[in-house]
Design a protein around this ligand. Structure first.
Ligand SMILES: [Zn+2]
Length: 192
């Protein structure tokens, strides 16, 4: 049986990403050179055009990944992972990525095309002047800040050393003020 035939059989001749039944093609995960059942999947033209960048990404179409992420075949899981990475900025794909589990080998292949390295999606923390903040930096507060969940006010001009960054949100950093670890909004600090 050819690779294509095997894929048709395992998928019941449907797109393994969105379940469409027409215009199906075999797609071999780049950068693989040898086509095999293990690194290929069956996809429809709508999916393929967006995967290959021939038509614009329609994030609604990719809601189908909600279901296909649970596909038992690793090649499908890897493709789902790559598409979720590309759509990360939409928000919802991040939740699905958190739920996905790929073993080390699969993850290495999934990352081979660099989808996860999209600069636009990278979380970068910047101070009030747009200066990039990094872990361990020192900042100074540029206004009085009420500390959430306490009566404490962190005064303007307070120096905060050795900050940490919120890895999920570019607007937040953490640091110690008066011995207390607090969350600080990046637009109210200046790097020193
Ligand atoms: Zn499809």
């Amino acid at each position: 049986m050819s690779v294509l035939q095997t894929l048709q059989e395992r998928s019941n001749t449907t797109c393994e990403l969105c379940k469409a039944t027409e215009d199906l093609k075999q797609y071999t995960l780049p950068p693989s050179l040898n086509e095999s059942v293990d690194n290929s999947l069956l996809v429809c033209k709508t999916c393929l055009d967006q995967i290959e960048g021939n038509s614009e990404m329609d994030s609604n179409h990719w809601r189908c990944l909600n279901d296909s992420m649970w596909n038992e075949h690793i090649a499908v899981q890897i493709m789902v992972w790559r598409m979720l990475q590309r759509l990360r900025h939409e928000g919802w794909p991040k939740d699905l990525l958190d739920m996905m589990y790929l073993d080390d080998e699969a993850l290495t292949l999934a990352r081979a095309t660099g989808e996860h390295e999209d600069e636009a999606n990278k979380i970068i923390h910047r101070d009030v002047n747009g200066v990039i903040l990094e872990v361990g930096d020192s900042v100074v507060l540029i206004k009085d800040l009420k500390v959430k969940g306490s009566s404490m006010v962190a005064k303007q001009g307070t120096a905060v050393r050795n900050i940490r960054l919120d890895t999920e949100n570019a607007e937040y950093i953490e640091g110690k003020v008066d011995g207390q670890q607090i969350v600080i909004i990046t637009k109210y600090v200046k790097k020193t």
